[in-house]
Design a protein around this ligand. Structure first.
Ligand SMILES: *Cc1c(COP(=O)(O)O)cnc(C)c1O
Length: 221
């Protein structure tokens, strides 16, 4: 029951128009099924193997979002199943996803992951790096992918102002990209905010929040 309560409470406070990606990594299929039965349709996983195994056991109208670092050798099995890859962090990966998708006549929605947090361990393009790659044309949207927007994680800190600054950087970058490089209206996804900081993310324009523990409870690693 707790899971349903968590979900309905979250839905009641998240503003309309903001999508909830239920981050179900490390949680058993039964928990995802419970969330599904409560109406949840977008699930986020950070490991390909786990995503594929769960997808096999759950209804096909689920939209699976890959949110973790993606190794190039895992792209091929993922592409047919996934709805959105939120964690594109290199040109090489983008082009590979495009090639695999095009080969099965699919277009995969992707987000470019932006690195704005202090932690070095987090992946993603730096803001300057991304603008440079776009300006030189090294990064473009090849056939097979549709670049829908940006994904980012803020620093893991209690300093709400730091988090707010980082989310604002993402929002500003999103605006520049939309203005100068991706003018299509389908460039409209800003995925940021997790269980502890989604409220700040929404204040700064998040269209998608990725919430795990606030729905499913704590993970056991
Ligand atoms: C695990 C994870 C989340 C969800 O984290 P919670 O704190 O459990 O809400 C969101 N985004 C990414 C990229 C993650 O890996």
């Amino acid at each position: 029951m707790e899971l349903e309560q968590n979900l309905s409470r979250l839905r009641s406070i998240v503003p309309e128009g903001v999508s909830i990606v239920a981050v179900s990594k490390f949680h058993p299929v039964a928990a995802l099924r419970q969330a599904y039965d409560a109406g949840q349709r977008i699930f986020g996983e950070n490991r390909v193997q786990e995503l594929l195994e769960k997808a096999r056991q759950l209804p096909s109208d689920i939209e699976w979002h890959m949110i973790g670092h993606l190794q190039t050798n895992k792209v091929r099995p993922l592409v047919p199943i996934v709805s959105m890859i939120e964690s594109i962090d290199s040109v090489k990966l983008l082009n590979l996803v495009a090639r695999e998708a095009a080969s099965i006549h699919k277009t995969v929605d992707v987000l470019l992951q932006l690195h704005v947090a202090k932690e070095e361990t987090k992946t993603g393009f730096g803001v300057g790096e991304l603008l440079e790659l776009l300006t030189t044309g090294e990064l473009a949207a090849p056939e097979g992918v549709r670049i829908r927007g940006l994904m980012a994680m803020a620093s893991n800190t209690d300093d709400a102002e730091q988090v707010a600054r980082e989310f604002q950087t993402v929002a500003d970058t999103f605006a520049v990209l939309h203005e100068e490089f991706f003018t299509d209206p389908s460039f409209n996804v800003l995925s940021m905010g997790m269980s502890h900081d989604w409220r700040i993310a929404v204040e700064h324009g998040a269209t998608h929040i990725r919430v795990g523990s606030a729905i499913f409870g704590d993970r056991e690693y």
